[in-house]
Design a protein around this ligand. Structure first.
Ligand code: HEC
Ligand code: HEC
Ligand code: HEC
Length: 142
């Protein structure tokens, strides 16, 4: 899956330039609004939860690249992602392969969540409205 077209890249670059003012101001540190925390297995495996910075990626690629071509389901935690698959070039590994983007040995860049943070969309309004129980939004703590 190293066939992301030049056109996709050009579109990405153009969008990036257009939105660079606001983007540069807000380089994501850890989970920020709209980030997806993926923790189906990480905690259990002794890794920090994976953080997927959705907007960071959305401004670089069209939705279709991930949600159609790479098969990511539109649901936080809704994909059976594993390191084996990633190393095999599936999911995150379609790009994080040292070609399109830096490769998998940068464990901590992805596994940067606070241990114990459940799978969620960070700052999700619905979760806030329902929240208050076991699922206390993580942003309060960070
Ligand atoms: C670089 C890949 C990538 C791109 C580009 C991308 N997404 Fe996603 N999206 C993901 C991943 C990964 C998840 C989380 C899936 C998981 O947790 O297993 C996700 C989750 C979602 C969700 C469910 C969580 C939520 O925030 O409600 C929606 C809705 C969504 N994406 C919409 C979009 C739309 C609309 C676009 C284009 C504007 C887009 N995505 C672009 C990878 C991407
Ligand atoms: C590009 C992002 C990314 C990088 C880099 C990355 N991981 Fe992961 N990793 C994930 C995602 C996403 C999951 C699924 C998380 C979940 O469901 O809890 C995952 C899952 C895991 C799991 C859970 C069990 C399994 O085997 O799938 C372990 C352990 C793990 N990673 C270790 C590592 C180690 C060690 C490294 C560095 C050598 C690493 N990861 C690098 C994204 C990444
Ligand atoms: C369609 C390609 C693509 C996919 C799929 C993808 N990424 Fe990325 N990702 C990128 C690119 C490109 C960058 C920027 C690389 C750079 O700055 O050198 C990036 C950067 C990142 C960063 C760093 C953001 C920052 O602030 O610098 C994280 C964290 C990350 N990705 C996690 C993930 C995880 C986790 C997944 C899978 C759930 C994933 N990515 C899937 C292309 C992708």
């Amino acid at each position: 899956m190293n066939t992301l077209s030049k056109k996709t890249w050009r579109t990405g670059v153009a969008l990036l330039l257009l939105s660079s003012l606001c983007v540069l101001e807000s380089q994501p540190a850890q989970a920020e609004y709209g980030d997806v925390v993926i923790n189906n297995q990480s905690d259990a495996a002794g890794m920090r939860p994976a953080i997927f910075p959705h907007w960071f990626h959305r401004i670089r690629f069209r939705c279709k690249v991930c949600h159609a071509d790479l098969g990511f389901k539109f649901k936080a935690g809704g994909n059976q992602i594993s390191m084996l698959k990633i190393i095999d070039g599936e999911f995150c590994g379609a790009c994080h392969n040292g070609e399109v983007a830096w490769s998998v040995e940068n464990c901590d860049v992805c596994h940067s969540g606070k241990p114990g943070t459940p799978t969620q969309v960070h700052g999700n309004t619905v979760q806030k409205l329902i929240g208050g129980g076991a699922d206390k939004p993580a942003e309060k703590k960070q």
